[in-house]
Write a protein that binds this ligand. Structure first.
Ligand code: 4AD
Ligand code: MG
Length: 434
């Protein structure tokens, strides 16, 4: 009878029996009459031991030459072993080579630079750190869907081709849309979620968004993924509460389910365990005071740059919610603060450890005349926004929401320096390959 084909994650169900694994050779050590093969199959890594006396001569020699990343199908007996990576070891009786991999470009202990690795991203994904990051990204995405599902939000997809800007006209990617028509790749699904929340009450979209940002910082991609909840009858406080619950939920979920991956990344868990409510709520005015006290030359009215955000966030051990920025530095759709019309009812959530803004959002302008004025003030083409204005013509209510950037969130949770490692195939100013 053929042995069952199993995955490494399920080896524990087969202790004492023979199983077959299908995967790739991650690493190999040889010692006299023994070969130790580290096999990976996408669900984990396991060590297979080849004893010279248990296999044919050809098989033993084959194992001596197996290159890193050769694809292999192996069969052996599962043994529990605390010292083995993953906790189980296989006493191998068969090793079948599917394809060799001589000259695989990414050596395990290598000093490859980021440019080389990014050019080989399609292979780099197989490396241990990259495996851990993508699995944490997967967990974050699943946690997001579960969070909104449990709170009765409806998942509504926003379009990617759009007729108009949402986040300023300077970062639009323009595309030809048949005869004489121009379209833009979406910068945010928010405007569509505003329409959808008037239908469903609580909605969210989750998709790729695009910004033609000529920044080469460790926080910027030209294509990134954003999750955007939008809630009817919500005010700014409701939006901040939702953001706090949401971020705590995501971090807790990764801590609960991705310990192995966090360990592979040598992540300082105490930093993540500190992410519990309440998050400090700091007004823009107070944040400016923090900057001034830190000796920074900052004038009231400007937007915060990355160094400013770092100084503000260093005053706290958890994400900081900065609210009520000057309306002049924020988008056209923000509701003005009834206490001070120069300010917008908005919030940015700044993550700790220098990651910067992971969330931007707030309460939306719900008054038709006010919004018409803003569209004009921002020099936006009114005809493209008629549908958006309709939302204020019939049954308008206070509402609000936010957008959370997936890559910055994943980079923060993983403790990695640059967002480019937090997305499978990063798109940046000078990179669109592979
Ligand atoms: O602050 P932003 O621009 O907000 C919006 O787009 C709103 N329309 C969202 C809403 O209210 N529904 O972007 C939201 C988040 C940022 O906080 C950041 O995490 C991420 O999106 N982000 C980027 N991530 C990577 N690369 C870029 N170029 C990013 N620009 C924004
Ligand atoms: Mg923002």
């Amino acid at each position: 009878m053929a042995t069952p084909v199993v995955t490494i994650s399920k080896l524990g169900d087969h202790v004492g029996s023979d199983v077959t694994l299908r995967g790739w050779l991650y690493n190999r050590r040889s010692k006299g009459k023994l070969h130790f093969l580290i096999i990976r199959d996408g669900t984990g890594m396991a060590q297979g031991v080849v004893f010279k006396k248990n296999v044919s001569e050809e098989m033993f020699e084959l194992c001596d030459k197996l290159p890193q990343e050769a694809s292999v199908i192996v069969t052996g007996t599962v043994k529990a072993d605390e010292r083995a990576p993953g906790g189980y070891e296989l006493g191998l009786s068969e090793v079948e080579l599917v394809q060799g991999a001589e000259g695989y470009p990414i050596a395990l202990q290598s000093g490859h630079g980021p440019d080389f690795l990014l050019t080989h991203r399609h292979l780099w994904l197989r490396s241990k750190r990259q495996l851990a990051i993508m699995r944490i990204r997967h967990e974050v995405i699943q946690a997001i869907h579960d969070f909104y599902y449990e709170r009765e939000f409806i998942h509504v997809d926003a379009p990617i081709f759009t007729p108009a800007a949402c986040e300023g006209t300077t970062t639009l990617f323009e595309v030809d849309y048949f005869e004489d028509e121009k379209a833009y790749l979406t910068q945010s699904g928010q405007l569509y979620m505003e329409a959808a929340c008037m239908a469903h009450g609580k909605v969210y979209c989750f998709g790729p968004t695009f910004r033609a940002e000529k920044s080469k910082t460790r926080r910027h991609l030209t294509e990134f993924w954003m999750v955007e909840p939008e809630v009817a009858y919500a005010d700014l406080d409701d939006v901040m509460q939702l953001a706090e619950d949401f971020v705590c939920h995501i971090v807790k979920r990764v801590l609960e389910r991705r310990q192995a991956e966090l360990a592979d990344l040598e992540r300082d868990l105490s930093k993540l365990e500190a992410i519990v409510p309440p998050f400090p709520r700091v007004s823009y005015d107070e944040a400016v005071e923090i900057l001034k006290k830190a000796g920074r030359d900052f004038e009231w009215g400007g937007d915060f740059g990355a160094p400013d955000e770092t100084i503000i966030s260093e005053a706290y051990d958890r994400p900081v919610m900065i609210h009520r920025y000057p309306a002049a530095v924020k988008a056209f759709y923000m509701k003005a603060d009834p206490e001070d019309a120069k300010k917008a009812l908005c919030v940015d959530v700044i993550a700790p450890e220098g990651v910067g803004e992971i969330i931007g959002g707030g309460q939306r302008a719900d008054d038709l005349a006010y919004l018409e004025g803003k569209i004009e003030e921002h020099g936006l083409p009114k005809e493209s926004f008629e549908w958006f204005l309709d939302i204020r013509r019939w049954g308008s209510v206070p509402h609000g929401g936010f957008g959370l950037g997936i890559e910055r969130t994943v980079a923060w949770i993983c403790g990695i320096e640059h967002v480019r490692e937090a997305i499978p195939f990063p798109r940046m100013l000078y990179r669109i390959y592979p």
